[in-house]
Write a protein that binds this ligand. Sequence first.
Ligand code: CA
Ligand code: CA
Length: 333
Amino acid sequence: MKKITVGLIFLAVLISIGAVIYFKKDRASDSPVLNNSEPATTTSSSQEETTGKQPSPEPQETQMPSPSPSPTPDEGKHEINGNVLYSEKIDLDGNGEDEKIEIIKAPVSGSTKGEYEGILSVAYSDGTLQKAVFVRRAEGPVGVFKSVRFEDIDGDGSKEVFIIIPDSGASFNLNYLFVYNHNLKRGLAFPGPDFGINLSDFVSGFTFDYKGNGALIVRNSEYGFEGTIDLKDNINYSETSEESNKAYERSWVDPTPLDLGNDFMLSLYKDEKGRFVIKAPLPVFGLATLDMIGEIDLLFTIDNNFEPHLKGFVLYDFDADRKVKAGECILIQ
Ligand SMILES: [Ca+2]
Ligand SMILES: [Ca+2]
């Protein structure tokens, strides 16, 4: 009898210890402090895989941390709780009354992963407010926006908001784009399906053919494109061995919109006809990502229904300190 009692007490102690451990574990998983240690998920795997290692004959499948904009913004008078990163009063629609534009970084409500979002807010003089989320990501050092411009890109008489979103890869800075039309309450994100082009598919259409004497032919049969990159100035070019130059046939166009500063970044310019063109440069890598041999600029226009169109693309040959146009494909004059 005594043995049974001792056994029961021992069992009861075991159960209560188990309950305490279980309870503690359950509490810990609810702790908001732990959630802050969630790693950032926005680095491009493509960059990590191709950084300065062996040549990559195939374009990398890119898991782009593309912006996740909300195509239909909230409307109302509610406040947004977050940090105002940018604030400006500008008359977007030209009706003589300024709209107040704000770019806000705010925690994602209800997120248990410490995520935050970049929000564009347009406040009208009658007190109504539009807001559009242009990026959502885990907390990290990069920030949500790099620059903003106000231009009538689609030619409908009212200015769009043109936002460049920064990101960082393993070896390069990247950037993304969000264009917002407040009349239509619609945003377009690049890269993404809004622009009607899949970058991974696009870059896989390029082939490289070494013709000898430093001439690397770049082709894209889908667009009937052909251009020539001159390799003679490249560090890996061999004057003595055409055999080793053949390795440049493994060159590839990478589907990542890099930000190398100066002219190599997502940008907006006016063409000779006065229309706005969005330029999205992609790198052409030779034997490794340390060996950038050229650049392909994708050029987009946005029509007055706020629909983007690929206007064409241009291939540039990188020399040591300059770039030379090496071919172009014009789809829309
Ligand atoms: Ca106005
Ligand atoms: Ca416009």
